[in-house]
Design a binder for this molecule. Structure first.
Ligand SMILES: *Cc1c(COP(=O)(O)O)cnc(C)c1O
Length: 430
């Protein structure tokens, strides 16, 4: 019989203990040892059996409640999928007709119904293509249009998108050369015009989606750039398909295409509220060239993504849209109800007003009025350690659980998580 401490050194069980705490892992090991003692398990199989006996939450990705107040939190997987999209993913998990015409039994264009749904939402786009993410959309556009040639880009739009990745590096990795024009704060159409020539592959406009430059600024308009006679690619980032009344400063695909952009690129898992993917919308000839480029095969999306994207595009409001448009008064009432429900626990809990953000590369500087439960700071760590982790934020020495990105049906699990965290916090206080 393998000794308990030896089994517990199995790296899989070490990881599980970090996630779950030691007790459930030890319980799984004891159960496996019992089976070995009864002769229903070979002693050398105890570690594998213990791993199999762990609760399902021991491995992989764990569902969390996003109480950070950041609607599109990249570390939390950005946009949560709608119920319709979740169902579509499950239904597409088996064999599907993703590339087959069932009427004729012959090969059909991959993802054609998702692409049709995308075009229906953006009638200004003559054609559409979908790749793995926003960065892949840019790489494909830059490679097909400008490898060995120049991309003309403003110095004010050389953006780092996060985790140390910088768009200029990404663009140069395609074999394109960057022709930087203008300055950090001001770039005129004349700056672009002076740089455009026979070596130009495209003009690229990038939405500064995670920062704002204010004061003495100027940026050229898409309409002015479209008159320069070279393809204008606009990376809008956030995936808004049409103007949004709450986000007047945020660019959208329809407006950019109408202004003459040859191509718009965007992410699917930001304000569009869908799965991770990259959208390419625009001129039919250009999109066709991109879709047939050899690199397109390496950036291809899977059927699950296509299913989720189509359901997102054709379904009711996404959770992201619901969170974005949630009424601040209603959020306050929810926070007050939760604080009341937790009063009997003796926890120092209050409902407070706060400000939420879009995040994830969208609407920088926009503050959304919100409401939160305010708890003592140690609750932040205790809530992340629970069986249904809740991720809040720490502000001015308090743990805030911002309700804007929390669907109302998660209020009860949230309260339950606070009750559990209270036990952990009390134990820590001794
Ligand atoms: C987010 C973003 C990207 C990268 O998109 P991913 O989907 O994260 O790959 C590129 N450009 C802009 C302007 C963005 O906001």
């Amino acid at each position: 019989m393998p000794r308990t401490d030896a089994v517990l050194r199995d790296p899989r069980l070490v990881r599980a203990a970090q996630r779950l705490g030691p007790d459930p892992v030890k319980a799984a090991v004891r159960q496996a040892q019992d089976r070995a003692r009864h002769g229903t398990l070979a002693p050398e199989d105890v570690p594998d059996a213990a791993v199999a006996l762990l609760p399902p939450t021991a491995g992989g990705l764990r569902p969390v409640i996003n109480a950070t107040g950041v609607l599109l939190h990249t570390n939390l997987g950005r946009a949560p999928l709608s119920e319709a999209a979740r169902r579509a993913v499950r239904d597409a998990a088996g064999p599907t007709d993703v590339e087959l015409d069932l009427a004729t039994g012959t090969r059909a264009r991959r993802g054609r119904s998702a692409l049709a749904a995308l075009r229906a939402r953006v009638p200004d786009a003559a054609a559409a293509h979908v790749v793995n993410n926003g960065a892949a959309a840019l790489v494909l556009a830059a490679t097909a249009l400008a490898a060995g040639r120049e991309i003309v880009i403003s110095r004010g739009e050389m953006v780092e998108i996060g985790d140390g990745f910088r768009l200029p590096d990404l663009l140069v990795s395609t074999g394109a050369r960057l022709r930087e024009v203008g300055t950090t704060n001001r770039t005129d159409v004349a700056d672009y015009a002076a740089a455009v020539g026979p070596g130009t592959g495209c003009v690229l406009k990038v939405h500064p989606s995670n920062f704002r430059v204010t004061g003495f600024t100027r940026a050229a308009r898409t309409r002015e750039l479209a008159a320069l006679g070279v393809p204008v690619v606009v990376d809008i980032g956030s995936g808004l398909l049409a103007p949004h009344p709450l986000l007047p400063g945020e660019p959208d695909a329809a407006t950019e295409l109408r202004a003459g952009a040859a191509l718009v690129t965007a992410s699917g898992d930001k304000l569009l509220g869908g799965p991770q993917c990259g959208l390419l919308l625009g001129d039919a000839g250009l999109v066709g060239t991109l879709a047939r480029h050899p690199l397109a095969r390496a950036l291809r999306v899977d059927k699950l993504t296509l299913a989720a994207l189509e359901a997102t595009l054709t379904g009711p409001a996404t959770p992201t849209e619901t969170a974005l448009t949630a009424d601040a008064g209603e959020l306050t009432r929810r926070a007050e109800r939760l604080a009341d429900a937790l009063r009997d626990t003796g926890v120092d809990v209050r409902a407070v007003a706060c400000a939420a953000a879009v995040g994830g590369g969208g609407a920088p500087g926009v503050e959304l009025p919100s409401a939160a439960l305010s708890l003592p700071e140690p609750y932040a760590a205790a809530l992340r350690a629970g069986p249904r982790p809740v991720v809040g934020r720490v502000e001015a020495g308090r743990c805030l659980l911002d309700l804007r990105a929390v669907p109302p049906e998660d209020d009860e699990p949230l309260a339950e998580a606070v009750r559990r965290a209270r036990t952990a916090c009390r134990a820590a206080e001794g």
